[in-house]
Ligand binder design. Structure first.
Ligand SMILES: [Mg+2]
Length: 216
């Protein structure tokens, strides 16, 4: 099998949940939202935030700034809040040094996902970053994995690995695309009756170590 590793970004290579919760608190304070509004706001951006979400947020809370300004502020906040642990960056470098091609495949708006990959330093340690908005397809569609593989000069038909926390997007999607899978399950049990991932780890550094030590 070729040495191709496709990584998810949010809550795999970087923690999105912590910065997102912090953003909701900061935004709610700035615009004097009550606890109910705060919970609603988290729901709106929980799975994924796009510029259109800020039209909704602006209208819902009667905010003065334009949706464009709110979106830009959100992007800036999230981009400066995410980070990738040094041992994970080091692991990505080691993978590449040992002949692995590495792509990041992430669902989300191109602007913010590429900014997060840049600010966290990830972009310097991988061959390509593929955001679904730019790709025109999204996980778990097989075409997203094809584009991620092609973006780093690999052919999906020759196999590889998908590493991520998403049960449907990363693991079921990766499996359907013919990839072997490592689920960043954080210690949770696999939540389905279908085949389990090839491996499950609590964090992405352990997943990288598996690739380095057990995959020939
Ligand atoms: Mg994820």
């Amino acid at each position: 099998m070729q040495r191709l590793a496709i990584f998810d970004l949010d809550n795999t290579l970087v923690d999105r949940q912590g910065p997102l919760t912090d953003w909701v608190s900061a935004f709610s304070s700035q615009y004097a939202l009550n606890d109910h509004d705060r919970a609603d706001l988290l729901q709106v951006v929980h799975a994924r935030a796009y510029p259109s979400a800020f039209e909704t947020i602006r209208a819902q809370y009667g905010l003065a700034p334009s949706a464009e300004t709110l979106w830009r502020d959100y992007c800036a906040y999230m981009a400066r809040s995410v980070s990738c642990p040094a041992d994970v960056l080091e692991g990505l470098s080691t993978l590449r040094r040992t002949g692995w091609k590495i792509a990041v495949a992430t669902n989300g708006a191109n602007e913010i996902q590429t900014e997060k990959a840049a600010v966290s330093g990830i972009v310097d340690h991988v061959d390509a970053v593929c955001a679904s908005e730019a790709a025109g397809v999204r996980k778990p569609e097989v075409a997203m994995f094809e584009k991620a593989a092609a973006s780093c000069g690999a052919d999906l038909a020759l196999g590889g690995w998908m590493i991520g926390d998403g049960v449907d997007t990363d693991i079921r999607g990766g499996r359907a695309a013919g990839l072997r899978t490592i689920w960043i399950g954080g210690g949770r049990s696999w939540p389905g009756d279908d085949a389990e991932p090839d491996h499950a780890t609590t964090d992405v550094r352990q997943a990288i170590d598996l690739l380095l030590t057990t995959v020939s």
